[in-house]
Design a protein around this ligand. Sequence first.
Ligand code: FNR
Length: 186
Amino acid sequence: MKIVAMVGSVRRESYNMKLVRYMQERYSSEVEIEILPINELPFYNEDEELNPPELVKILREKIKESDGILFATPEYNASIPAVLKNAIDWFSRVEPVLVNKPAMIVGASMGVLGTVKAQLHLREILNAKNVSTRILPGNEVYVGSVHQKIDEYGNLKDEATIQFIDSVMDQYIKWVERTVEFETSY
Ligand code: FNR
């Protein structure tokens, strides 16, 4: 199974990026996670959408070929960071490649609420007509106080969080497999 990840932080020491890299490693026997360089996308410009920058075309293809999407979002002023919104906007136009893709959302922040508000917004955005991403039901991964849970080597060291993410990932993989099975049976 192949999934692509979009991380809403361009920060060198990003906790959300560390979390995704940790997941990439931990679940590598079951799923290949490719992190898309959405930080290199220019600002979305409707004037360019019919002849978009090369990277938009490349990332669209990667999304089309993937079985699902992992979103990792920080919380910026009670919403998602612009870099993530910008990517979703590019992928929603002309060729809406996110439609029906099965998605899992995680988010890490130093606050106790761990990106609750950002994820609420993200869920609303993913439900927009030309985005229409399917979101794993019944599971919400909020990693609060993340600075106490990830060590200096980028390893998640909080046992309860590890077990929780393991169980959500397990459900996500099964759900994606069922989705793929369902689609190929037509
Ligand atoms: C933040 N941060 C933040 N945290 C939070 O819990 N709620 C919020 O509304 C905000 N708002 C916010 C705005 C801006 C502009 C910045 C730069 C930061 C803190 C943020 O969660 C923290 O910096 C995370 O560590 C960012 O994620 P990465 O870069 O570590 O992945």
